[in-house]
Design a binder for this molecule. Structure first.
Ligand code: CMC
Length: 429
């Protein structure tokens, strides 16, 4: 028998029986659709901490257990064995590809990497010191101007093509933004390289000499991208879905996702962690900053710590932590920030404030140190995250277009403004 929950309004005595929906994993969700009609109430849930906004078959998280599954596969298994495009195929199509399917997918992505030359000219319009995330919001949004008329959103083939184009063009746009900021000419995508090597080549090769992608760097990027590829209904993915629910163009949806990702509470945290480590400077200063993070009158927070969903550990952080030591060693990079990060982590994990609130290092605590070791400048960290998360964004965008009960996203509110009053002419105010 299916479970129900009865909600009773103690003032009117009216009650309503609400069905509890169950997915394939995870807790049940009370379907509150009937509530306004039955009791005249809405529900209030600031920050959507207890609200499911959609049904999705892409990613599953159990925050208490520290579990993350992409289409049922544990993140650690994918991170240790798969390529980023293999994971992208999995997230988009629902199943792991066989050899032929993966080769065809890689070919398809590689053959959509170029952007219209006018996109390059558009990039030139940005000031040389524009933040690359600002450029990304604008440039990715501008792609809708190139492909809007050619997109029939009712055609699944065309929707899929838009998704492939976005995955393929993000590294080209990202590298273009970076090179604009340092005044280098763009490097066009090389199709024979794999996804991550192609990005590194577009970022770092110069016309004056030959450039070989370091396989250690490409592998590290591959792993980071897998860990960042999707994370169910996080702020940026929810933004993409909300914009997508209006029927907006997918490039505009992803541009909105990039804007949401930029904030330091979300994807901007990796950049903020590096800045914080530089500000702390040395291990002796750690206690002072821990005290500041605990002080409610101080806006300072320990960046890279805490997570809305993970209340045990962030499984991505454990993988990254291990990889961080390995990559730095293999690349022969000595970064005192790694020692500082470890000291900070140790002290915070023993501190009652952090233990009580279940605040653990998240995925972004160590990712910045690896990006730095790969030669990626701090202001490009969140751009890297955006490239990887584009796969999740487009997977969710595709899914929402085939969801039966999909509707335009339109939350309600608790109105706290003035009650009804009459207009007062300006000379009487
Ligand atoms: N440093 C100090 N105190 C913290 C921190 C922190 N990083 N994070 C949470 N708290 C405290 C917070 O002040 C609150 O204390 P109290 O109960 O006394 O009021 C308690 O812990 C619960 O925090 P919250 O703000 O209600 O939690 P939230 O779920 O709304 O926010 C978060 C989650 C990730 C935004 C927050 O932990 C944070 O700002 N962390 C730092 C930024 C960060 O690393 N973000 C990356 C998230 S992972 C990657 C991604 O998703 O993009």
């Amino acid at each position: 028998m299916s479970k129900t929950v009865t909600v009773r309004d103690n003032d009117s005595g009216k009650s309503v029986e609400l069905p509890v929906l169950v997915g394939s994993l995870g807790p049940g969700c009370i379907d509150i659709k009937q509530l306004p009609a039955a009791l005249g109430n809405f529900t209030y849930d600031s920050g959507f901490a207890a609200t499911a906004a959609c049904k999705s078959a892409i990613t599953y998280i159990d925050g208490n257990e520290g579990t993350l599954l992409y289409r049922g596969y544990p993140i650690d298994q994918l991170a240790s064995s798969a390529s980023f495009l293999e994971v992208a195929y999995l997230l988009l199509e629902g199943e792991l590809p066989n050899k032929e399917q993966l080769a065809a997918f890689e070919y398809e992505v590689a053959h959509h990497t170029m952007v219209h030359e006018s996109v390059r000219t558009f990039m030139d319009g940005f000031n040389y010191d524009s933040h690359p995330m600002a450029m990304m919001c604008g440039v990715v949004g501008s792609l809708s101007g190139f492909y809007h008329d050619a997109l029939n959103m009712k055609d699944p083939k065309q929707r899929r093509l838009a998704a492939i184009r976005l995955i393929a063009k993000m590294p080209t746009v990202a590298a273009g933004c970076y090179r604009h900021s340092i005044g280098w000419p763009v490097t066009y995508p090389k199709n024979k390289l794999d996804y991550c090597s192609r990005l590194l080549n577009m970022m770092f090769s110069v016309p004056a000499e030959s450039y070989e992608v370091d396989p250690v760097a490409a592998r590290a990027l591959n792993l980071l991208f897998i860990l960042h590829a999707d994370h169910e209904q996080n702020a940026s993915t929810s933004t993409v879905r909300l914009v997508g629910s209006t029927g907006a163009n997918p490039y505009a949806c992803v541009s909105a996702g990039i804007a949401a990702l930029w904030g330091p509470a979300h994807g901007g945290a990796n950049e903020a962690v590096l800045k914080m480590l530089d500000e702390i400077g040395s291990v002796e200063n750690v206690p002072k900053f821990i005290d500041r993070a605990k002080d409610k009158d101080d806006p300072f927070r320990l960046m890279g710590f805490g997570h809305r969903v993970y209340k045990n550990h962030d499984p991505r952080a454990s993988i990254i932590r291990e990889m961080c030591h390995e990559v730095l060693e293999k690349l022969g990079v000595e970064d005192p920030r790694l020692d500082l990060a470890m000291a900070l982590e140790k002290i915070a994990l023993e501190d009652e404030y952090f233990v009580k609130r279940k605040l653990y290092p998240n995925v972004d605590f160590y990712s910045g140190i690896i990006y730095k070791a790969l030669g990626i400048p701090t202001n490009m960290f969140t751009v890297m995250f955006a490239i990887a998360r584009t796969v999740g964004w487009v997977a969710h965008w595709l899914e929402q277009h085939v969801t039966e009960d999909a509707r335009i996203g339109r939350p309600r509110q608790i109105y706290t403004g003035p009650t009804l009053r009459d207009y007062v002419p300006i000379d009487k105010r």
